[in-house]
Ligand binder design. Structure first.
Ligand code: NAI
Ligand SMILES: NCC(=O)COP(=O)(O)O
Length: 339
């Protein structure tokens, strides 16, 4: 353990989902998984109950953030956030929403105050939070807002990237209805998203000159305007501007032929025009290993690529791979000098 080592702050996520399970399983297997020290912001009573349900012999300890690293070798450090909750795997409970949001915000506060080096979020139930008035489509957008609040003057345009060993993708529009995609797409938005992606791939991921493949929107990237005009009128000008800025951008590529293995040799990251255009291939190819990482923030945030998986909560059968990969990636991104 390094004397100046800071822990990773993990938000517990949706209490009825697999977030609690993953933190417990990850801690129990921390050595085999090669995990950096982390603590979880959530409810200790619920975690204790969940460990019992899973038949997991996990020790938990309530700590202050600065005790987390020393505690990690002996017990899963918990920073109590919100009131004690009933453990009801798979059962949505609106009264837990405030604790879910408080855990995310608390982790960001911990980074800002120097108590944590990075944030790993556990999955939230987005619809459940909306029903209680949560005004952001997902973590990505919420973290952009928290960054603006806590790091005034620093640029904070959150960009979602799903990064796996075989494929990295960025959706230009994120959590919006499919009918709103064409009207939300602008040349400026594509350029801004690609610029942030290229910059972070260079500064955080070590690519000298990242190659970005930009998807079209329509079948066959519009077939010269005969199957839709957005490819020609919005996406092509964005690619020209990016190339003029020295960014290696190609396209607009028909999305249907961009993800088979030979095609993947020609780029480092794909920018898609909407969520499912790129998340379907990313999760099909790398569901267990991929990490959701938010680019464009003044701090490091990663998360597993999957959701709450209510059907698995409390069973002990949720795979921990993506969560573990999120912790390892957060450690590398937050402490580049060690790697
Ligand atoms: N970052 C976040 O907070 C995210 C939250 N969600 C939320 O999750 C909820 C459920 O979404 P779904 O589309 O059903 O996706 P999901 O990822 O929760 O589940 C899809 C399928 O994958 C399986 N699965 C998920 N994680 C697994 C794991 N670790 N090990 C083994 N199998 C696993 C589930 O059992 C299910 O069959 C929604 O409310 C959504 O908003 C979804 C994605 C990301
Ligand atoms: N499908 C990925 C996803 O929805 C993750 O969203 P976020 O909560 O990380 O913004």
């Amino acid at each position: 353990m390094r004397s100046n080592q800071k822990p990773i702050a993990v938000s517990m996520g949706e209490p009825a989902g697999i977030g609690p399970d993953l933190a417990l399983i990850a801690w129990a297997n921390r050595k085999a998984l090669g995990l950096p020290p982390f603590y979880i912001r959530g409810d200790e009573a619920l975690l204790q109950e969940r460990a019992q349900k899973m038949g997991l012999n996990a020790r938990l300890r309530l700590v202050a953030q600065d005790e987390a690293v020393a505690t990690f070798t002996k017990a899963l450090p918990v920073v109590q956030t919100g009131p004690a909750l009933l453990d009801q795997p798979g059962v949505e409970a609106p009264e837990t929403a405030a604790s879910v949001v408080a855990a995310i915000e608390g982790c960001v506060d911990d980074i800002k105050s120097g108590h944590a080096c990075a944030l790993v979020t556990s999955p939230i139930n987005k619809a459940a939070l909306y029903r209680t008035g949560f005004a952001f489509p997902g973590h990505t957008e919420y973290l952009g807002s928290l960054a603006e609040m806590h790091w005034p003057g620093e640029p904070a345009k959150p960009v979602m990237m799903i990064a796996g060993p075989e494929l990295m993708v960025v959706p230009v529009t994120i959590h919006i209805p499919i009918r709103d995609v064409p009207t939300s797409l602008t040349t400026e938005l594509i350029v801004e998203t690609a610029e942030i992606t290229a910059r972070d791939l260079k500064t955080r991921f070590g690519y000298t000159s990242p190659r970005l493949a930009i998807c079209g929107l329509n079948p066959h990237a519009g077939e010269n305007g005969s199957m839709g005009t957005e490819d020609r009128d919005i996406i092509e000008p964005a690619i020209s501007r990016l190339r003029a800025m020295g960014i290696e951008a190609t396209g607009p590529h028909p999305a249907d032929t961009l993800f088979h293995p030979p095609a993947r040799q020609h780029y480092d990251c794909v920018l898609g025009m909407y969520h499912d255009q790129v998340l379907i291939p990313a999760k099909t190819i790398g569901f267990d290993e991929s990490v959701n990482v938010t680019l464009g923030l003044p701090f490091v945030r990663t998360s597993p690529d999957h959701g709450t998986a209510y059907n698995l909560a409390g069973t002990g059968t949720a795979r921990v791979d993506s969560f573990a990969a999120s912790l390892r990636m957060a450690d590398v991104l937050a402490n580049p000098e060690r790697f």
